[in-house]
Design a protein around this ligand. Structure first.
Ligand SMILES: O=C(O)CCC(=O)C(=O)O
Ligand SMILES: [Fe+2]
Length: 313
């Protein structure tokens, strides 16, 4: 929770960034300014971010609240498919500053045109879709689980919640669930007995389905890669193991009703996330989040990007 003075300090930096030419989020010069100004983010927030990088805690979520978002000043919630925030608005600049404190902003050419700040909004006709445009229950997932260069962190900042304050961001923290998963089940989850489908926009440009283990890395504190909509177990034991994992993640689930000015930072390596259902009205007042992805080490994806672009092909 930012104090009043901290909120004003951060919004002053964000306003300065807004005014930096050309005022476009994906522009290299603007991003350099964001990187410089990230050093002016209030100290306590930077300390919390640094601590979270080293140890994401049991929940794998860092919630920053009381960021400067005034729903009365905002334009109507976008309604179109694939909506992004190319312009350096105050919320987009705020999100970019926080993201720069964490690492390198990245995006995917095949997802929302490679925009570094994207809009998560309900889209008419997409109610049932298992994507950020839907408003039905969104199954728990690792963000871009199918992708070898999936994000390390996902930032979700709330500009508006739904009319009834019903939409809940759900997280499934692996660190809380793991102790309840029997060793033989964990052993199955550590084997490459799972396949995660790439979404159609990525398949069209040659992405492959990922054949993978769900748990990797340290035995007592592994990383997780799973999407309960897109990951398919390849045999019966793998199916059972995924069922146990799903159950234990649900039992450990944390609920976040994001309100304007709340920003959730999810460690995409140790927590999965999803969303409850809600009822959109498409009246310009619907739920609206900004989403940004961050890599800790941009060098790892260098071969998948062109030059110093932030965009993964
Ligand atoms: O709508 C939400 O709270 C989360 C949506 C989501 O999973 C995402 O945008 O990656
Ligand atoms: Fe997601």
């Amino acid at each position: 929770m930012l104090s009043g003075p901290e909120r004003d300090e951060l919004s002053a930096s964000a306003r300065e960034l807004m005014r930096t030419p050309p005022g476009l989020v994906n522009d290299g010069k603007w991003l350099t300014a964001a990187e410089q100004l990230a050093a002016t983010v209030p100290l306590r927030a930077r300390q919390a971010i640094r601590r979270f990088q080293r140890d994401p805690g049991l929940d794998g979520v860092l919630l920053l609240s009381n960021l400067w978002v005034d729903p009365e000043e905002l334009p109507p919630t976008p309604t179109q498919q694939g909506s992004v925030e190319r312009e350096a608005t105050l919320p987009a600049a705020t999100q970019a500053l926080i993201a720069m404190c964490l690492g390198e902003l990245i995006a995917y050419q095949n997802e929302k045109g490679g925009a570094l700040v994207q809009n998560v909004v309900p889209v008419q006709g997409q109610e049932e879709s298992q994507s950020n445009a839907g408003s039905a229950v969104l199954a728990m997932h690792t963000e871009n689980a199918f992708h070898p260069h999936r994000p390390d962190y996902v930032l979700l900042m709330c500009l508006r919640n739904d009319h009834e304050d019903r939409a809940v961001l759900l997280t499934g923290p692996l660190r809380r669930a793991l102790p309840h998963i029997p060793a033989p089940v964990r052993a199955v989850l550590r084997q490459e007995r799972f396949e995660t489908k790439a979404p159609p926009s990525f398949l069209a440009s040659g992405a492959k389905d990922l054949h993978h283990a769900v748990l990797t890395g340290a035995r007592e504190d592994p990383d997780i890669v799973v999407d309960f909509h897109a990951t398919r177990p390849l045999d019966e034991a793998a199916r059972e193991a995924m069922g146990v994992l799903r159950q234990q993640l649900a039992a450990a689930a944390q609920e976040f009703v994001l309100r304007p000015g709340d920003l959730a930072i999810l460690d995409n390596r140790v927590t999965v996330h999803g969303r409850s259902e809600f009822v959109p009205r498409y009246d310009g007042r619907d739920r609206w989040l900004h989403r940004t992805f961050v890599h800790l080490d941009a060098r790892r994806s260098l071969g998948a990007r062109s030059g110093d672009s932030q965009i993964i092909a």
